[in-house]
Design a protein around this ligand. Structure first.
Ligand code: HEM
Length: 573
């Protein structure tokens, strides 16, 4: 039970990328697909009245276990009692939101024999993620991800993390990001061409509109981009299937299975040989590892060693291979074994793929419900680009599109939860309306920082559930909230996108503190360019009603059956 509950929460984390959802792929499977009952994605209620399900026998048994085993209260912290039905009725993070409104900024969630602390407050999040970051590790998340990512940044132990972060972060330097603008362009262009060709086909039959699952398209696009950007490998998945990536998804699926299975039978000596799915898992891993090993070998064979500053000043316009792998291999003094490099690449492939695809999916979903905002976005694109190409300079002028991207991340954060475990005892601040004395927590406490709750908190956002990209332009005073500095765009001068500094940790799409996402600017620029290029040429509507788009959570928030849209050429272009 413990592992089930803990792992289910872990699965909601996009950077573990444990679930892949794309109706294009026949290997789509999500063992913890949780269908919201009667839930409207557009109108997430902020009401404290929860349509609480009657506890079943299973729930009662689970709560009994909690009382017996969970070690009682953590100080005076409010306690929410989770029902097992909360896990199967709808995405877990919706329940966390209801309990947040009921129990406040910091509460203990007692679930079966296990307790978690759920944090929905910027001051407390800042304490955990930045001020006291090294008193926490990734807890259950690291256990789940280690078989796939090894010692990559996300699950790495602290020593490995420190060493690798120092090397990987500089690889995302300004000229690299500028070079990636071309990659984002070229890959998006392939997606646009594909849509164009499909429309051509329809037009010959007298129709000027096609139905497309844009979530699947964005998934392919993001995969192609991450392959080229991270290790200069073109999956070409916008136009074809790739055996390597099938193996990646197979591996992720297995990790998801493991995290939801009570008995770790795969640890039994013979299981890896006898159980078909375990054999497949090993086979999938072999396919991926072979591919990455080959790329690493090629990069090492052509190594041109240089100091980091020199590498950062290379003439990227003339580089055939601008990838992170090239940078990491060429960097003087950063020699590591191939295994570590492979873990690094795998981590970035997984961390940067579905997250970005999800941002694009929800951006289109939201825009389709706000035709006036869609038009405003297209007007901006026409004004800045006309029919021209998207350059870095143009991206800087596309303010509204950039705000659409971050507003989509606010409403649909990928991951909806960040997961931590205390390495030593700590004292959390009480948070908004919480205990003035704060809450003491013992070592080993599992914590969910609910980014979803933070981003939709009625205490820190006006109209928290509304899609209002313009909100990020306005300053918001702290309004007497102790310890929170309010929202002030001028706090991060020169930033292209709002961030956790501007919002003093009320907006955390990429986490914060030392473990903050290394690929944030990469992902934001990629999303802006792909969205702008799509809207430059096409009008997009949802195929059915917004309510019919069912939301499910694996590692990211995604749709159950794809984001089916009607796509046609814009009449003005
Ligand atoms: C919109 C897309 C993305 C979102 C929303 C996102 C979100 C996040 C978040 C929230 C974290 C922090 C997790 C935590 O504190 O537990 C994280 C970490 C990380 N992300 Fe991303 N990410 C995105 C894209 C990318 C890309 C494109 C890459 C690489 C190319 C990447 C690489 C990583 C890595 C390596 C970490 C671990 C950092 C560390 O622990 O030092 N992410 N991401």
């Amino acid at each position: 039970m413990t592992s089930f509950v803990a792992s289910s929460a872990a699965l909601l984390h996009p950077c573990n990328e444990l679930s892949y959802s794309s109706s294009r792929n026949d290997f789509y499977q999500s063992p913890v697909t949780i269908k919201p009952k009667g839930f409207s994605i557009r109108c997430m209620s902020t009401s404290t009245e929860k349509s609480k399900t009657k506890y079943s026998l299973l729930d009662n048994a689970s709560n009994f276990l909690t009382n017996v085993l969970s070690g009682g209260k953590i100080g005076s912290m409010p306690t929410a009692e989770g029902a097992i039905t909360d896990l199967i009725d709808r995405p877990f993070f919706f329940s966390l939101y209801d309990w947040f409104l009921e129990h406040g900024a910091v509460y203990k969630l007692a679930f079966g024999p296990k307790a978690f602390v759920v944090v929905s407050d910027p001051v407390v999040a800042r304490h955990i993620l930045r001020e006291n970051a090294f008193s926490y590790d990734k807890g259950v998340l690291a256990d789940i991800l280690e078989p796939i990512m090894g010692k990559g940044l996300i699950p790495a132990d602290l020593d490995t993390w420190k060493q690798r972060r120092r090397v990987i972060a500089p690889a995302f330097h300004a000229l690299y990001l500028e070079a990636m603008v071309k990659v984002f362009n070229d890959c998006s262009e392939r997606m646009i061409t594909k849509v164009d060709e499909l429309l051509d086909g329809e037009e010959s039959g007298g129709r000027n509109i096609i139905d497309m699952d844009l979530e699947a398209e964005f998934s392919s696009l993001a995969l192609d981009i991450i392959g080229i950007g991270v290790f200069n490998y073109d999956f070409g998945s916008v136009t074809k299937e790739s055996p390597v990536i099938k193996a990646v998804y197979g591996t992720l699926f297995e990790a998801e299975h493991r995290s939801t299975f009570y008995i770790p039978y795969w640890k039994l000596p013979l299981a890896r040989w006898l159980v078909p799915r375990q054999r497949k898992f090993r086979n999938d891993l072999r396919v991926i590892n072979d591919c990455l090993d080959e790329l690493i070998k090629n990069a090492k064979d052509t190594r041109q060693e240089a100091d980091v500053e020199k590498l950062q000043q290379r003439d990227y316009s003339n580089l055939k291979d601008a990838s992170l792998l090239r940078f990491l291999v060429d960097m003087r003094g950063a020699d590591v074994d191939d295994r570590q490099l492979r873990d690094d690449l795998m981590t970035m492939l997984i961390a940067g793929h579905e997250t970005t695809a999800a941002v694009l999916t929800w951006a289109v979903f939201l825009l389709a419900q706000h035709p006036n905002k869609m038009k405003k976005a297209q007007s901006e694109i026409d004004l800045v680009l006309g029919l021209g190409k998207l350059t870095l300079e143009a991206l800087k002028k596309l303010e509204y599109i950039r705000l659409i991207v971050v507003e989509s991340l606010r409403l649909y954060p990928q991951p909806p939860l960040l997961i931590r475990r205390t390495l030593k005892s700590d004292k959390l601040p009480g948070g908004y309306k919480g205990s003035k004395d704060g809450y003491s927590i013992p070592a080993g406490t599992d914590i969910f920082v609910s980014v979803y709750n933070l981003h939709r908190s009625p205490y820190f956002w006006d109209n928290p559930n509304e899609f209002e990209p313009e909100r990020f332009l306005r300053k918001k005073e702290s309004e007497g909230i102790e310890g929170w500095a309010g929202f002030d765009p001028s706090r991060s001068p020169g930033a292209l996108y709002p961030n956790e500094i501007i919002s003093d940790f009320a907006f955390l799409p990429f986490g914060g503190g030392p473990r903050k996402c290394v690929g944030d600017q990469f992902a934001l620029m990629e999303s802006t360019i792909a969205l702008a290029m799509l809207l430059q040429k096409f009008d997009v509507e949802l195929k059915g009603s917004a309510d019919s788009v069912e939301i499910v959570t694996g590692a990211t928030i995604h749709t159950k059956n794809g984001l089916w849209c009607k796509v046609k050429r814009r009449s003005t272009t």
